[in-house]
Design a protein around this ligand. Structure first.
Ligand code: TYM
Length: 331
């Protein structure tokens, strides 16, 4: 089976609908046809300041959300990045073959550092290099992510090719797996920006752990436009188009059929129907997440077994890398 690696940061109290639709749904669909490694990216999370107690809580909660959404720990390796030392170790080596200018071109770094000009860390700058290492350690053929990660996967491909041509064939060169229809969900209050864990206002972010009444309120208050027509037109009707995208993915109905179903009706009707669809999907996942969190020892057992498996694969790659770059190997 082809290998797969992807990850999410435990940098908020909960995953949001963009994480679910943009990435987690693909993770679920691919776990049968692939040997999947799904990671909790805690090393990445500390590239911006985190409260230690909160980071630990958020980490457990994120893992519980993966499982509640349907990631099967018996089939997929669901592990924590910091349990596998090779991630930090390979990142160091990759740092040394990455150009400073190349790293400086990463748009996510530019956005995030512009927002926190005073507290930008070097770790935030080298973040995409760590991410490249995550992927290359597992010789992943594909990386299922949302659109915002595309540039990081491109960098990963460049680094893999560079290392391979300098030191001999070592890494598989991965392909991004990005579904066009769901690659980017937008903030309900600010449909020009992506739905994001770090959004300033949370009113436009649907958290996978929101109570149904909260989800409903957020959808009913979603920003639309004064034009009134329920048609998919991302350029001129970003808000409505975003709602149609969510409806279509979660409701399993094409956008065209939604347009005809809601032709001549008001935004309120669309929002009410959408809230039902979202809640029907999110609520069982929320309930299951809370159940899983009641038994942290079981979660820890799952993670320990996965760490063994992940270490086994990652150490093998790192060993080859150390050998190829010419390190004197300890006998
Ligand atoms: P993170 O934690 O920001 O997001 C997790 C996943 O959710 C996707 N995503 C979205 N998709 C659609 N619409 C949105 N509004 C939206 N917001 C987020 C992201 O594209 C991502 O797939 N750098 C990564 C974590 C990471 C990683 C990796 C990913 C670390 N190492 C190796 C893949 C491979 C990140 O910050 O994702």
């Amino acid at each position: 089976k082809p290998r797969l690696l992807s990850g999410m940061q435990p940098s908020a109290e909960s995953l949001h609908l963009g994480n679910y639709v943009g990435a987690l749904l693909s993770w679920l669909n691919l776990q049968e046809s692939h040997e999947a490694f799904y990671m909790l990216a805690d090393l990445h999370a500390i590239t911006v300041p985190q409260h230690p107690a909160e980071l630990r809580e958020n980490s457990r909660r994120t893992v519980a959300q993966y499982i509640a959404a349907g990631i099967d720990p018996a089939r997929s390796t669901l592990f924590v990045q910091s349990h596998v030392p090779a991630h930090a170790e390979l990142a160091w080596v990759l740092n040394t073959i990455t150009g400073f200018g190349e790293a400086a071109r990463m748009t996510q770094f530019k956005d995030k550092s512009a927002k926190n000009a005073d507290s930008t860390s070097v770790g935030l700058f080298t973040y995409p290099i760590l991410q490249a290492g995550d992927i290359l350690l597992y010789q992943a053929a594909e990386v299922p992510v949302g659109e915002d990660q595309r540039q990081h996967i491109e960098l990963t491909r460049d680094l893999a090719n560079r290392f391979n041509s300098r030191f001999g064939d070592t890494f598989a060169v991965p392909e991004p797996y990005i579904l066009k229809s769901t690659a980017k969900l937008y903030d309900l209050q600010n449909p020009g920006s992506k739905m994001s864990k770090s959004a300033e206002s949370k009113a436009g972010v649907i958290w996978m752990l929101d109570e149904p009444s909260v989800t409903k309120k957020k959808i009913m208050r979603a920003v639309t436009d004064a034009d009134g027509g329920i048609v998919y037109d991302p350029e001129n009707k970003a808000g409505v188009s975003n709602l149609l995208t969510i409806f279509s993915v979660l409701g399993g109905q094409s956008i065209a059929s939604l347009e005809s179903e809601f032709a001549g009706r008001g935004y309120g009707d669309l929002k009410k129907a959408l809230a039902d669809v979202v809640i029907e999907m999110v609520e069982p996942i929320r309930a299951r997440t809370l159940e899983l969190l009641d038994d942290p020892a079981e979660l820890d057992r799952i993670l320990a077994a996965a760490a063994d498996r992940a270490n086994e694969v990652a150490e093998q790659t790192l060993d080859t890398v150390y050998d190829r770059v010419g390190f004197l190997r300890r006998q």
